[in-house]
Design a protein around this ligand. Structure first.
Ligand SMILES: CC(C)(COP(=O)(O)OP(=O)(O)OC[C@H]1O[C@@H](n2cnc3c(N)ncnc32)[C@H](O)[C@@H]1OP(=O)(O)O)[C@@H](O)C(=O)NCCC(=O)NCCSC(=O)/C=C/c1ccc(O)cc1
Length: 369
């Protein structure tokens, strides 16, 4: 990984302790008192302080169909995401490219992950055009991978960079709740309490590196594991009313029960396993506070090990596939302060239940590539 950029929309920046009152008022739902109290209870347990949204109070009022399942809303949502998603990704990408120090036309591959891809050509082509990438840039769009999209895109970028000499892969993950934001009901409260909007971009390449290129993290080995018989537990479904999501109550337990084997598999692919999980730095997708708590318990982690993930969850919420890029960005900040060990583990989870695991290494300044 050679550079990282992130961006958030500022349509609404909602403190978590005001979110429920604001959303229920804007969607004329104040009469649903039990639901409102339950969502408040869940919000208090999320470990989130604030979240960013593309939607504004004005656009919520202008689109009553977003909050009435009886009315079709997919067309209006797709209209908005068609520009909002590539533009947000563009903000993150310009930061990453500026840090990378080379011109955008040197990008050879683009991997774009979003759960808002409902059209073709899609957000990948629009982003390529906004950035002025070369017409021969090799584009891939990953759709509906949800929260493991960032992990999947980085894994793919690693394969592309290692198998195409001189390749420079721009990985863009951009998620906005525009396609799924609706009236709170009994089935979607946890998503309402967790999800926010954001974009994260990473530029990936294998050596030899140019003068301006300074590797941030080395992606050493990667695995993808699907937890057997868990496909019904976590999912998304496109409907006339947008994208519906389902987050089963078993998710944190299932991840906890399977995570150690995934890590052992990732670390046994030709690299030395660490003496203890506490010898690593950790880049974990903060899917929810209880997922992080469970990982602390089953892996017996010291309290500060998941600090970067908890920081991102607190400041931005769960931005699905983009979140892991924010965690990596926070970790490289901590690395500058000399706070990271040499070896690390990256984890992202999503529908399947799919677990993306990757062994990371902080490059030594003297390493020859
Ligand atoms: C912050 C939570 C939601 C609550 O904290 P807690 O410590 O478990 O608190 P409680 O046990 O007291 O639960 C509070 C209330 O929430 C309820 N609850 C607790 N999980 C649940 C539950 N999954 N259902 C429905 N009620 C619940 C629970 O029953 C209880 O209800 P009540 O007794 O009436 O107050 C916590 O459980 C948590 O972080 N859960 C993990 C959430 C989760 O699955 N995250 C998704 C990981 S994968 C991912 O990141 C994204 C995938 C994705 C997919 C689709 C997309 O469109 C985009 C993305």
């Amino acid at each position: 990984m050679l550079a990282i950029g992130t961006a958030n929309p500022t349509g609404m920046v909602l403190p978590q302790d005001e979110f429920v009152d604001d959303i229920f008022r804007l969607t004329n739902s104040d009469h649903l008192t039990e639901l409102k109290q339950k969502l408040k209870r869940i919000c208090q347990k999320t470990g989130i302080d604030k979240r960013y949204f593309h939607l504004t109070p004005e656009s919520i009022v202008a689109h009553p169909e977003f909050f009435d399942r009886e009315l079709p809303s997919l067309d209006a949502r797709v209209d908005i995401v068609a520009t909002a998603v590539p533009e947000l990704a563009h903000s993150a990408a310009t930061k990453a490219i500026s840090e990378w120090g080379r011109p955008a036309i040197d990008i050879t591959h683009l991997v774009f992950s979003t759960y808002s891809a409902c059209q073709a050509p899609s957000a990948d082509l629009r982003l390529a055009s906004l950035l002025g990438l070369r017409p021969t840039v090799s584009r891939t769009i990953l759709s509906l991978h949800g929260c493991y999209g960032g992990g999947r895109a980085l894994n793919l970028a690693k394969q592309l960079a290692e198998n195409n000499r001189g390749a420079r892969v721009l990985v863009a993950c951009c998620e906005t709740t525009l396609v799924c934001f609706g009236r709170a009901d009994g089935s979607n409260l946890v998503g309402h309490a967790l999800f926010g909007d954001g974009a994260g971009v990473v530029i990936v390449g294998a050596g030899p590196f140019g003068e301006t290129e300074h590797p941030l993290f080395e992606m050493v080995s990667a695995t993808q594991t699907t937890i057997p018989k868990s496909d019904h537990v976590l999912g998304m479904q496109v409907s006339g009313a947008g994208v519906d999501f389902h987050l089963g109550i078993q998710v944190p337990t299932l991840i906890a029960q399977n995570i150690e084997q995934c890590l052992v598999d990732a670390f046994s692919k030709g690299v030395h396993p660490p003496c203890s999980w506490n010898d690593l730095f950790w880049a974990v997708h903060p899917g929810g506070r209880s997922i992080l708590d469970n990982l602390d318990t089953v892996l017996n982690l010291e309290p500060e090990k998941l600090a970067a993930s908890r920081h991102v969850l607190r400041e931005y919420g769960n931005m699905s596939g983009a979140t892991i890029v924010f965690v990596l960005d926070e970790l490289r900040r901590r690395r500058k302060e000399g706070l990271l060990p040499e070896w690390g583990a990256m984890l992202a989870f999503g529908p399947g239940i799919t677990i993306e695991a990757m062994v990371l290494r902080t490059p030594s300044p003297n390493k020859k590539w």
